[in-house]
Design a protein around this ligand. Structure first.
Ligand code: SF4
Length: 107
């Protein structure tokens, strides 16, 4: 997910070496080879910046079209099967997510 630049700068020490980091204008996207977010702990499977997660991540679970693939709305982790089901569903809703990000960026 795109993370605001300020949030990334404050927390970049939490992104492990080997994660891709793509700098955008005011945002940063960081992810692993498997596509998982760079701020998702490979040990706990939890968001390392949960209290600072970006708006689009906060919408996960609130907007049923944007469920978080890794975490439930209460912050607990999903099972692998649940992750796969959510990701399959997200593929169908990817346009919704792109529209959300564009609207957030004023495009
Ligand atoms: S909620 Fe998930 S996608 Fe969002 S920053 Fe945290 S780990 Fe990344």
């Amino acid at each position: 997910m795109p993370i605001p630049l300020e949030t990334y700068e404050r927390n970049k020490r939490l992104v492990p070496k080997g994660a891709e980091v793509v700098m955008l204008k005011d945002e940063v996207i960081t992810f692993f080879d498997d596509g998982k977010c760079g701020f998702l702990s490979k040990i706990t499977n939890r968001c390392k910046i949960y209290n600072e997660r970006p708006e689009v991540c906060r919408k996960f679970g609130e907007d049923m079209r944007l469920p978080c693939p890794y975490l439930k709305p209460d912050g607990t982790k999903r099972t692998l099967l649940e992750q796969k089901l959510v990701m399959a569903d997200m593929d169908r809703n990817i346009e919704t997510m792109i529209e959300f990000i564009k609207k957030k960026n004023g495009n």
